[in-house]
Design a protein around this ligand. Structure first.
Ligand SMILES: [Zn+2]
Length: 406
């Protein structure tokens, strides 16, 4: 099992300089390769292969000797692999088109090998022995180490280790359906009752502050000194928001994963398509994506399972009891009565229960192995030859299939 530990680094002034050079080389090569990919595509209509832009490196090092002197060569290999990943994520609809890296944003480099832990220090090739603060001891074999610098000038290392499995944890046995919302962050249905988790108040306050500062920042003249100063200020607020958001998401995902064996969510791509455009998006989007990732890796680490419903189905408008689908349910309606069976529904609880039922239906279609659901690494819903592949067939009556699992 892989486990990541994040530690704060305190490089000396010389080490900061060495890191800046490595960040610079990695950024330069990333942008160079990305540019080559874009040009190649414009000229041929085909994407450039990883092996091709990896093979540029020896020649580039001859033309630009600093690339060899200032940067550990394995770091540049990782840059190529990461660019390839960014492209794959884009093609599979998980991310936007890769962007050129800027020195004004977060910087990071990856070491696939040869980083060692020496007491309270981290030994990094080309950088030296860097002071580090470990809150947890590093056990197991170190796989990769990612060193990053935040826009607020803090340094971190994320150390990925291979550790022995600890399977015998105390685990709950529930199957949870989760609807992600704006009013409440997550609405969780366990089959018999619904629980709502709202965003913490301080997070909302920070986010408002951030939005205000970002607006001011956008009004500053490009390239001006005050813009650069403001960039740092925005970065600081941003850091505070993202820390408190991450903290909230870590705690909530931990609690839900400890309670359950299976967690079912709507695929965010699908969710985005059906969402009202007027609703504020970016803030919730960031939180939702991160939350699903946290659930996913925590479930994997404890042999649980995340099921993403990869096809549109009207989770809000469907009666979770009889399967009747309403023609319309506007956002202001929080509670409704089913015209077919008369069941009274809380809007969000009903949606979460429908998501749960749909996930169970998908799971039960293949003896508990949801090959047809859009499970995280699978690509079953990738369009082929211009024609979308049917992921799975919808069931109009979710209640009929509520069986077995959970
Ligand atoms: Zn009904």
């Amino acid at each position: 099992m892989l486990k990541a530990v994040k530690v704060r680094l305190y490089p000396t002034t010389e080490q900061e300089l060495a890191l800046a050079k490595s960040f610079g080389c990695a950024r330069w090569y990333y942008n160079y390769a990305l540019n080559a990919c874009i040009q190649h595509y414009e000229e041929t209509g085909k994407s450039l292969k990883l092996s091709v832009y990896k093979a540029y490196l020896p020649q580039l090092k001859v033309e630009h000797p600093w690339l060899k002197e200032d940067c550990y060569s394995a770091v540049l290999q990782c840059v190529a692999i990461n660019l390839n990943k960014a492209y794959t994520n884009f093609f599979e609809g998980r991310a936007k088109f890769p962007r050129f890296k800027s020195k004004h944003h977060k910087q990071s480099i990856q070491y696939p090998q040869n980083v060692k832990v020496l007491g309270d220090f981290l030994e990094v090739p080309k950088i030296g022995v860097v002071k580090a603060v470990f809150h947890r001891s590093i056990s197991g074999k170190i796989k990769t180490v990612t060193i990053s610098k935040t826009p607020t000038d803090k340094y971190f290392a994320s150390i990925l280790c291979e550790v022995e499995d600890s399977a015998s944890q105390h685990r709950g046995d529930k199957t949870l359906g989760i609807d992600l919302g704006l009013k409440d962050f997550a609405i969780v249905h366990n089959g018999s009752e619904v629980t709502k988790y709202s965003n913490p108040k301080h997070l909302k306050r920070h986010e408002k502050n951030l939005a205000r500062k970002q607006k001011k920042f956008a009004r500053k003249v490009k390239g001006s000194n005050s813009r650069n100063k403001y960039r740092k200020l925005v970065a600081k607020v941003h850091e505070r928001v993202s820390n408190s958001r991450q903290d909230f998401l870590h705690k909530l995902s931990r609690k839900l994963v400890d309670d359950s064996q299976v967690i079912i969510v709507e695929n965010l791509h699908i969710k985005g398509m059906v969402r009202n455009r007027k609703l504020s998006k970016s803030i919730s989007d960031v939180g939702w994506g991160m939350f699903i990732n946290f659930l996913d890796y925590k479930l994997k680490a404890s042999y649980g399972q995340l099921v993403e419903i990869g096809k549109f189905f009207p989770s809000s408008k469907t009666c979770s009891y009889c399967g009747h689908v309403l023609d319309e349910l506007t956002l202001d309606i929080r509670e409704w009565n089913c015209p077919s069976c008369g069941t009274h529904h809380d809007r969000d609880g009903n949606a979460a229960l429908n998501i749960r039922n749909e996930g169970i239906r998908i799971l039960s279609m293949d003896g508990g192995n949801p090959v047809l659901a859009v499970s995280r690494q699978r690509k079953t819903n990738k369009p082929q030859g211009g024609k979308a592949v049917v992921v799975e067939t919808g069931s109009p009556h979710p209640i009929c299939t509520q069986m077995g699992v959970g």
